[in-house]
Design a binder for this molecule. Structure first.
Ligand code: ZN
Length: 85
């Protein structure tokens, strides 16, 4: 039995940090007849099958573009807000 409770202190810490996203390359097939490439070019989207594994090339903050490797322990300058106390 699991009880899910909100934890305001953790939420506050996350909100002050970076918002990490991963940049990845998605293989969309070969040649001119692959419908995945045509669909992605037309819609700007690609839907993965469940369980698909992708390679992440870079992890960075969506808000300030800081790379995870050098900025993981720092607050996000774009998301920083005045701290209570
Ligand atoms: Zn950031």
């Amino acid at each position: 039995m699991q009880a899910q409770r909100s934890r305001p202190a953790q939420v506050r810490r996350v909100m002050a940090g970076h918002r990490w996203v991963g940049a990845a390359l998605v293989e969309l097939g070969l040649g001119a007849n692959d419908r995945r490439a045509e669909h992605a070019a037309r819609t700007g989207r690609h839907v993965f099958s469940p369980g698909t594994r992708i390679d992440v090339l870079e992890v960075y903050c969506a808000d300030c573009r800081a790379p995870y490797t050098t900025s993981a322990d720092e607050p996000c300058p774009k998301r920083a807000s005045s701290r209570a106390g």
